[in-house]
Design a protein around this ligand. Sequence first.
Ligand SMILES: Nc1nc2c(c(=O)[nH]1)N[C@@H](CNc1ccc(C(=O)N[C@@H](CCC(=O)N[C@@H](CCC(=O)N[C@@H](CCC(=O)O)C(=O)O)C(=O)O)C(=O)O)cc1)CN2
Ligand code: MET
Ligand SMILES: [Zn+2]
Length: 775
Amino acid sequence: MSSTFPTATIVGYPRIGPRRELKKAVESYWAGRTSAAELETAAAELRASSYARLTKLGLEAGNYSIPASFSLYDQVLDTAVTFGAVSDRFKDLYDADGSLGLDAYFTLARGDSERQPLEMTKWFDTNYHYLVPEIGPDTAFSLANDWILRDVREAAEAGYTVRPTLIGPVTFLLLSKAADEAPAGFNPLSRLDDLLPLYLELLGKLAEAGVEWVQLEEPALVADQAVPESEVAAAVERAYAVLAAEAQNRPAILVTSQYGSLGSLLPVLAGTAIDALHIDVFKGSVPAASELARLGETTLVAGVVDGHNIWKADLGVAAQKLTLLEGTVKNLAVSTSTSLQHVPLDVEDEQQLDAQLRSWLAFADQKVVEVVTLARAIGNPGAIDADIAAAAEVLASRAGAPGVNRAEVRARTSALSPSDFTRGDYAVRLAAQEEALKLPALPTTTIGSFPQTSEVRSARARANRGDLTAEQYRQLMQDEIRRVIDLQEELGFDVLVHGEPERNDMVQYFAENLDGFDVTVHGWVQSYGSRCTRPSILWGDVSRPEPITVPWTQFAQSLTDKPVKGMLTGPVTILAWSFVRDDLPLGETANQVALALRDEVTDLEAAGIRVIQVDEPALRELLPLRREDQAEYLEWSVNSFKLSTASAAPATQVHTHLCYSEFGAIIDAIDGLDADVTSIEAARSRMEVVHDLEAHGFRRGVGPGVYDIHSPRVPGQDEVAELLEKAVQHVPARQLWVNPDCGLKTRGYTETEESLRNLVNATVSVRSQLEAPVS
Ligand SMILES: Nc1nc2c(c(=O)[nH]1)N[C@@H](CNc1ccc(C(=O)N[C@@H](CCC(=O)N[C@@H](CCC(=O)N[C@@H](CCC(=O)O)C(=O)O)C(=O)O)C(=O)O)cc1)CN2
Ligand code: MET
Ligand SMILES: [Zn+2]
């Protein structure tokens, strides 16, 4: 328990593999093409090759600098199965010996024909999504899964002493939700004392297996919680008094606190008997000596290298922070601010990028080297002066590069006035839209994308390789659009979409068509489970060289008399899901993107498009984790959305769409977007959001989702009708729209058609009840 902490480490490392090997292995297991043993082998190979890479980059194999941060699906789910933290509706998944195995694990993640999976939601302010554990007053915790032990043994056999990682008990309970069986008002945090003995038991087993360091992640401590801070502080004190008790047979404990500052919880944690404390000093500031005074022998692990963006570090600034801390604490180590799971693996995989741009970037592997470099400076001032100078040159090259600061783009944003951000009166718009669109009660629509078939993806891959001409590719996409329009006509939808087949991703597609961005070829980052994105790189001033979506949308509209919804991704979401420049305030970059989109709105209207949706699923994602910072963010983010849409004529119906979050907290902001219709995710949380809408007195059109598109499960017609009936009880029927939770791109056609048919039929039946006289 007294082993010293390594001077260089990282919080976590990407686990999907350099070519998304994990996605392929997991999906082929799900499809029944490979066995469980084959999946285990593929996963073991990924773990082994990560350790080998990290060692090559300079982390030592034998000193616990390498975290065992692998997961087959999600790190929160891993902790839930480790401690048997599953609610009654999943009780049958236990094996006879009391364990939760591979298939139980995936059922929790994906559901099955009888039940919904665990809810999925945003992981702090990132585009990663975790599964929300369900805990009740009687959830019987037990050590139900020992993958964590297997991983350390497997690593030891290959010659690596890795540091097992778990979500810490306070964060785990704060991120959990009350199980269905729990009484109203039940708070999972009240189960802390029942959970701690299981952590202790596991720590004992890890110690027995020879493990000297374990990582307990407590990022929830950097975010304001619904629970009062005093209660969180008490839970932290209690948890670590128990887990870090001296008498215990346990590994040394590192607690991590990524994604921001611990604030008043820093002295609380520093005063516990834990052995190392990681703090985020990239996003958070360097704490004052007084806040660190209680650390004593506890190692401070300074997260100075940004784990969440891809710019090369300013090593001079990082080294200064370390110097400050060296003067304050006894034992200091260097780390990333967050897990590197949020960035791609290796810049060297992107040889197609402009060489100057590439020279500005650091992906996961480059960041490991930055950490190792900075660690050399501890106790050794001057040791990295050459590296610091080289980093400064990189920054200078960025500042002066063409495209980074374009006068015509800056002139346009600085000329903006308040009237550019506002549309006319809603009542006037509503009347004009009713006249123009003549929609029935409870209009039906979808969120935009239809299933991305392997034919569509393969056509795009062939076009990218040059095996299809641009014209052949366009033809194939138009064929797909025609099929999607025909299907919606046949199913009886009221407002149609073109299906987005031409988009690899709703953000990347726009980035590819706007100036100021570049995209990667292999820069995949996990979003949830097996789903990945290649976040674009927003490095310069943004403008639109030519219309982007107009020809596709116009083609779709030419095939039908029903209105086709134009489909754009909003400015906040484009920023949230890209790697953004750090040399301009985000609000100003957002306005540049908004103006490009505004031009697209104008062109869509001119092409005869009467309904335009501007998606902002990431509006909630960028919400600062501290309440005191939220108002400022909401101001610029809402304004940038309004800037992108405010030029629309009163008769043009502006929709927006949000998903993946709890909306209660930002319902004022959603209202502030001033969209005519807002579709939101609701099915997976069984329409809970209608209570927020009712309490708020939401006046505009709203489509709470009635079909959870995150699982292959088909909702029955009765189930959809029930959700609609619930919605009608809380929101006036004339405001309600009927739609799925989100786009359909991840689904297959068979289940989609069946689900959409049930959705339309349920709507028809609920509509007829609305029209029936009240009895
Ligand atoms: N950026 C972003 N963030 C988001 C979302 C989103 O849609 N986009 N949605 C929310 C949930 N997150 C999601 C993230 C990813 C996906 C998703 O579907 N990702 C796809 C990849 C999408 C993509 O980029 N597709 C490309 C590349 C497809 C591909 O894999 N091609 C094959 C080749 C295929 C062939 O030859 O047939 C290959 O490269 O190996 C394309 O269509 O062009 C996946 O993981 O499978 C869905 C939801 C929140 N965050
Ligand atoms: C993650 S939100 C997705 C919205 C997009 N229009 C789609 O349907 O796929
Ligand atoms: Zn969505």
